[in-house]
Each structure stands twice: as C-alpha cells, then as structure tokens.
Design a protein. Structure first.
Length: 458
C-alpha cells in the first residue's frame, strides 16, 4: 500500500491510501478480463448518481421555497421585502462559514476539485469532505448565492465512482474514466441531459473523446437521468420557441463568437483570481457573511443576481429583458459569481457561465439589430449562451449538445449555434489553455494535466 499525499500549492494535506498502480485499460468487450466488475461499477455509478441528484435537487427546492416562498427564486425575490434579502443572504454566509469550519474539524485536509482529482490523482478524492461540500453548496445556492447547483450532484457521482473503483479494484485508467462518468451522470440527472452529461464527462472532465470511452459514459448518464426522471420533471430546462436560422443570424454568429471567446478568457481569469485569493483562517467565518450580505443588498434593486442564473437566462431566451437591464446584468451578474467564489462560497459554474453567455448574446444582438434587423432577439441569447459555455469549458461538442437538450431544440438554429461555438472556442484555446475547471492551475500544471489525460493504449 502506498499513501497518496494531496499536498502542494493548494494546501491539500489529506493522505489517501491507494493500491499499487495497475495499468489495465478499459475492457473492450464483455469477455475481457475484469469486464464484469467494471461494467457493474458503471451501472451502480449511474444509479447512485441518479438517486443522489434527485435527493439533492429536492433538497434545494425545499430550502429555496422555505427561504423564498414563490413559484421560483426570481419571482419570490422580486416580491420580497428588503430585509428578507439581507437576512437570508447573511444567513447563507453564516451557513457557509460554519459548514466549512465543521468540515475542516471532521475531515483532514482540504477538498479537491474533480477535474484535478481525475488528472492528478487518478480520480481519488476525499469522500466525506467532498460530500459535505456538496450538501453545503446546495444549501447556500438555494438561499441565493450566485453559483450553480450542478457541482453537488457531480461530486456525489464522483465520490460513488471512486468508492466503487476501490471495491472492484479498478486500475487507475479505469478509475479516471469511472469518476468522470460519475460526475457526468450527476449532471445528466440534475438537468435531464443524458447525452450532454456523457459528452461533458469525457470532453471536459476526462479531457479526451474516444469510442471505447463513450459507451460507459453513455450508460452511466442514461441510467442516472432515467432514475432522476422518476422524481424530477422530464422536460426541457428552458422553454423557447423554434427560432429559425437566417443569413443575418449566421453572420452575427461569426462576429459574436470571437467576442464571446475573449469575454470567456477574462471570466476564466477572474475565476482563477477568486480561487487563489479565498479567505484563510478566521476570515473563512466572516468573509462569506460580508460578501453575501452585500449581494443581498444589491439584490434589493436587482433580484436577478440571486441564484444560479437559470431564471434570468430563461427570460433572455424569451426576449423578456429590457435592453438597459441586459447591459446592467452583463456587468453585475458575473461579478456576483466572482464575489461568491472569492469569499469561499462553494458552488458550480455551469449555469452561471450559461447565464453570462445569454446576457452577452442579448447585448451583442441589440447592436446587430441596428445593422441587420430581423433576427429574433431570443436567438442571440441562446447562441451566446452556447458560445460562452463552449469557450469557458473548452468543450464545444458537449456545449452544443447540452444547449440542445436543455432547450429541447435541435435543427432550427443549429447553423449559427455551431458557428458561434467553433469561433469562440478557437479564440479561447488559442489565447489561453485553461478552462473554467482548471483555471487555478499554472501553465506547467496544465501541461502535466494534458499528459495525464492521455488514455493508455490498451
């Protein structure tokens, strides 16, 4: 037995005990050595991720309805009095500080990001600390923190996959894949996107798309989504009309794509800055209350700043946001997310990135309509959301599929969607090798990660 020390520049001082490294690859057929154990782990991972996502989503909805009574967070926050904004958000900061203090006392070391766990530690991550952070993030996002809820189900799926890898003695290569599949299955179950979740697992988390890897990812995500649909609604997350493509929309996409790529680079840099400058020591208890209290005060005037950004993205997709509010939220919404990250509040970045893209697309569409009118304003927001999502994650294929599944639309606007996604991703990858999920890493660490992501030839 050897000890894996999670040390280094991020202060990860947990020691995870791991078996000796094995080099077995992914079983190509059911008759291959170890295939039964591997595929059994894939099935159980998908099932566990689906159950976990259903439980966490239900928890989020119950807490949110208790704190913000109403049909959704935006509607409730719009009608709530000023004091509710203040005390609920300060309460979220207190929950964050207390929760992190308890986790640090009950567990050894700090948490570890899923992407880093896959590339640096073959998918191994501290179970109790990761699960505790998942629950904590669900609570604070439900109370109004400007972060995503997908981080929690991803963490649950990843922890389960890591535990099953130990149980059936998978090799490091198999463990990396299974942990990525678990995280992708958690996202698939939370948002009802089985194909997008599978592609996200491989393209963004595992860092490679290969035929022999896609089948486990598809199976895990399909099982997870199917189980979650027994509890959660089986319907698109965003309801939009079938926007038509047009020459104007395609030309706009070719112009807006590179702009989305540049904005994404700046956003990733802000995320990296926030991660590097999280509070330490006693400040962990105070900083979240100050930051979220400030967010609550700002939300009195702009309730759209609260939550993961789903509500404002839906309004932008439906052309229900005034031009002035679009411009204002384009500045304030990402700053709110960065403020939460900087203060140490846990949460995801998927939906906040999508919301940023929707706002950016809406603003760029306003300008374009003066030059070449005729494009439905909501189409600009949908295409912008896909472009920023692709550029920030460096996952163009998964971004396209995810937007299609989230909206329930496919062919109607696929041409401008693809043009914007490709140009945005090319610009982002050309100017910066970091995605939003590895923003904290140095250039040397990125290069090391790229080597570690290469699957074994077997």
């Amino acid at each position: 037995m050897v000890g894996l020390y999670l040390g280094g520049r991020h202060g990860k001082d947990a020691c995870l005990t791991t078996p000796h490294k094995r080099v077995a690859g992914i079983p190509p057929t059911l008759l291959s050595t170890g295939a039964v154990g591997f595929w059994a782990a894939v099935v159980l991972t998908g099932a566990g991720a689906g159950i976990g996502a259903a439980v966490l989503t239900t928890l989020l909805e119950e807490v949110q309805h208790f704190m913000w009574p109403g049909p959704n967070l935006l509607a409730a926050a719009t009608q709530a009095d000023a004091w509710r904004h203040i005390w609920v958000l300060i309460g979220a900061g207190a929950v964050t500080g207390a929760g992190q203090f308890i986790l640090r006392r009950l567990t050894s070391g700090n948490g570890i990001d899923i992407t880093e766990a896959i590339s640096e530690f073959a998918g191994r991550l501290p179970a109790l600390r990761t699960l505790g952070t998942a629950v904590l993030s669900i609570l604070v996002v439900a109370m109004g923190a400007s972060l995503g809820r997908e981080g929690a189900p991803k963490q649950v799926g990843a922890v389960l996959a890591n535990a099953l890898s130990d149980r059936v003695h998978l090799s490091d290569e198999q463990r990396r894949l299974l942990v990525a599949c678990g995280a992708g299955a958690g996202m698939a179950a939370a948002y009802g996107v089985p194909l997008g979740g599978a592609l996200f697992a491989l393209e963004v988390l595992r860092g490679v798309l290969a035929l022999r890897l896609i089948l486990p990812a598809l199976l895990a995500s399909a099982i997870a989504a199917g189980i979650s649909w027994l509890v959660l609604p089986n319907a698109p997350t965003y309801l939009i009309p079938a926007y038509p493509s047009s020459p104007s929309a395609v030309c706009w996409a070719l112009v807006a794509g590179p702009i989305a790529g540049l904005v994404s680079i700046g956003y990733v840099h802000l995320v990296a800055w926030a991660d590097r400058n999280k509070p330490t020591g006693w400040q962990r208890l105070v900083a979240p209350m100050i930051a979220l209290g400030g967010l609550g005060a700002a939300a009195i005037k702009f309730p759209q700043l609260l939550g993961n950004g789903k509500d404002i993205a839906q309004l932008a997709f439906g052309n229900q946001v005034t031009p002035l509010l679009l411009v204002t939220l384009l500045i304030l919404r990402p700053l709110s997310t960065i403020l939460c990250l900087r203060s140490g509040v846990p949460g995801g970045l998927f939906t906040p990135s999508l919301a940023l893209g929707a706002l950016l697309g809406g603003v760029l569409g306003l300008a374009w309509s003066w030059i070449w009118p005729g494009v439905p304003p909501g189409l600009f927001a949908v295409v912008g959301a896909a472009a920023v999502l692709a550029a920030t994650t460096h996952g163009p294929i998964s971004a396209v599929v995810l937007v299609m599944e989230l909206t329930g639309r496919d062919r109607s606007f696929v041409l401008p969607l693809l043009m914007a996604v490709v140009t945005a991703t090319v610009v982002a990858r050309t100017l910066d090798s970091r995605s939003i999920y590895d923003a904290r890493l140095t250039t040397r660490e990125i290069q090391k990660q790229q080597v570690a992501r290469k699957p074994s030839p077997t």
